[in-house]
Design a protein around this ligand. Sequence first.
Ligand code: GLN
Ligand code: ZN
Length: 765
Amino acid sequence: MKTNLLGYPRIGSKRELKKSSEAYWKHEISLENHLKNAAKIRQDNWVYQHEHGIDLIPSNDFSLYDQVLDLTLTLGCIPERYTDIKLKENPLDLYYAMARGIQKDGFDITAMEMTKWFDTNYHYIVPEFRKNQAFELLNLKAVNEFKEALDLGIKTKPVLIGPVTFLLLGKETEPNFHRIDLLENLLPVYFKLVEKLIDAGAEYIQFDEPCLTTDLSIKEQEAITKTYTKLAETFPDLKIILANYFDCYGENLKTVLKLPVHALHLDLIRCPLQLDDILNADEFNKKTILSLGVIDGRNIWKNDFEQSLKYIKKATTILGKDKVWIGSSCSLLHSPIDLNLEQKLPTDIKQWLAFAKQKVEEIVSLNSIVTHPNSEENIAALKANKQTILNKSTSKLIHNDAVKNRVSKLTPKDSSRQSIFKQRQSQQKSILNLPLFPTTTIGSFPQTKAVRSWRSKFKKGEILQTEYDDLIENEIKETIRFQESIGLDVLVHGEFERNDMVEYFGEQLNGFAFTNFGWVQSYGSRCVKPPIIFGDVSREHPMTVNWTAYAQSLTDIPVKGMLTGPVTILQWSFVRNDQPRATTCKQIALAIRDEVLDLESAGVKVIQIDEPAIREGLPLRKEDWQAYLNWAITSFKISSCGVADSTQIHTHMCYAEFNDIIDSVAALDADVITIETSRSNMELLDAFVDYKYPNEIGPGVYDIHSPRIPSSEEIEGLLEKACNLLPIEHIWVNPDCGLKTRDWPETKVALTHLVNTAKKLREKF
Ligand code: GLN
Ligand code: ZN
C-alpha cells in the first residue's frame, strides 16, 4: 500500500511565508530573499514528508498567494486591465497586482475578486473568463517546483487543479457564454503543462477536481469525461490520480468510475458511505486504485485508528493491498502544522489532537499497522490510540448538563423579535435620529504593530492589566475622536482588544481551547488561528461590555456593540466531531444572546452580530442546504432576538453571493445588514433587489482587502448604482468589511471620502 498526501500547509510552522510576503510588499526584503524564504518552506515540507515515509508527496501545493491564481497565471488567463503590468520585468508584480490590486508607478488597478474555496475558510482568487478566452502557457511553476524537489532527491507528485474545476471556479466577464465552453481552448494548453511535467520526470500527477462534490450539469459531467479520457489517451504512461474531496462523488460517481484513471481519491471523513457505493458499483472495474482519505485534513482530532482500519480492510479485502492507498481526506492546507509547538494546551486536550505533522505520522502508522499487524510496535500504537479515543469520549471536561438542558428547553419564542421590522424601524428611528444614508464602519480599525505588541506583551505578562487597558482605552478614544471628526453617524470602538473576531470570544467562553501556533491560511498572507471547540459551550461573564460602554461614554453619537455570531464562531473554529454542528451552534448562540442582553442593559442601542460565515457553511450539495439553513438562522435569531424593538440589530456578511440564500438572509430579520459589494461593482446587490429585501442594507463601497484608496467619484458611482436599485431610505454607507488589516493613513483618507460622499448625496435627495 502506498501513502498519499494531497497537499501540505505552505505558510510555514511559524508563518514564515506571511512574514516574508509582507516584508517583501513593504520593500523590506528583496525579491531574491523572498523567493529564498518560500523555497525553504517547500523544502522543509518535502523533506519532512520524505523522512517520515510518505510515498506520494505533493508538489505545486505551495503558493506565494493562492493556488488558483497560480494556475490562472500559468495558463495565461490575465484580465485585460493588467496587460500593461505584464510587460514589466518582475513577474511577481503582475501576480501580486492580480491578487491585491496595485496603486503605484502610475498604475491604479483593482484586485481580482476573491471567494471561498468550497466550504472552507480559505479564499481563492476568482479566474475571469472572456468569451473565446485564449490560453497560453505563461510559466512553469509546477515544473520548476517538481525539479526543485527532484534536486533534493525527492520525486514528488505534482498537484494541479483539474481543468473542469478551474473553469467552474471562475466567472464570465462577458455575457452570452458559459465558461465550461472554454474547455476546448483550455485543454491543449493545459496538456502542454502536463507534458512538461512528464518530460521533467513526473510519474504521477494529482488532478484536483473538487467540483465533483457539487451538483454538476450533464455538460459539466461530459467535460470531466472528455478531459480525463483525452488525458489518458494523450499520456498513456501517466498515472492519473483524480482527487475529489470535501464530500461524496454523489451523482457524479457513475461518470467518474468510467474514467481511465490510475487512482481515485475518496474523502472518507466527509463521506464514509461512498466506499461501499464504489466497491459495489457495477461500473467499478477494480483495476483502479482507491486512495482512501481517512485522515481528516479539515479538523484537528486524532484519527480513530480502529475506524480507519475498518475502511482500509474493507477495501483491501476486495481489491488487494496493492490497489489501496492510505491518505489525507483533502489537502492539509486547512490544518495547523505542528502540535508539538504547543506548550500551553492542557495535556488532556492535547492528547486528543493531531496537526499536519502528526497527521503525516498517522498516515504512515496506519500503513504500517496494516502491513505488519503483529509487530510489537504496531500493537502498542493501536492500543494507545484506542485508549485516547476512549478517554475523549468519556471526559468530564467535555460535558456540562446545564448547557445541554438550556438548549433542549429552547422554544420558537426565543428566536423571534417582539414586533415586525416596520414597527421596530420606527422606534429605532426616533431613538437614533440618523440622517439619510447613515454612515458606519464594520467594526475594526487598523490593528497596528503597536496595538498588537501591547496585546502580546500583556499576554506574556510584560505589562500589567491596568497598563494594557489604558493603552487600549486610549486607542479607542482616538478612534472615537477620529470618527466624530469626519462625521460618521454610527461609531465603533475599533476592536483593538481583539486578536481575531472568533478567538476573542472563544477565549472567554467555556468549551474552547487555544493554540499558540495553530495557524491556517485564510487568504494570501492572512492566516487565522481557529479555536478548538472541545466541549459544551457557555459564557461565564460579559465579554465586550466594558470596552463598548467605555467608547459610548466618550460620545453622544451612538456606538455600535460588536459581536461575532454563533454560526461564524462555529464555522471558523475546529469543531467537535462527537455531536452535530447544530447542537454546538445553539450552545454558542445562547452565550451570545447573554452578551447581547448585557450590552443592551449597558445602554448600547445598536448591536452588530457579524455572520460573515453563514454562506460558507452551506453544504456543497443543494439537497442538504435547507437543513443547515434552518439551524443556522435559528441560531442567529436565538442570539439576536432577546432585545427590545428599539435596539437596532445589525449583521454583516462578506465574500458571499446571496442569490440562492436570499430568503434565509431575509429570515435573519436583522434591522440592518452590511455586505461586501465593492469588488463586484454592486453585482451582489441584485439578489436583494430581486427579492425586494425589506430591511435596511449597507452595500460596501470601499474594498478594504487592498491598500488602494477609493476616490470619492468611485464611491459616488457605487452609491448611485445602489440608489437606483434600493429604496434610498434603506441605504447605509460603509466599507466592505472591517479595517483591521489596513493602515491608518489610507483608512483616514478612504473614510473621509466615504463620509463626504454620503453627505453630498444627502443634498441631492
Ligand atoms: N467586525 C469585524 C471587523 O470589523 C468583521 C470582520 C469580518 O466580517 N470578517 O473586523
Ligand atoms: Zn466582513
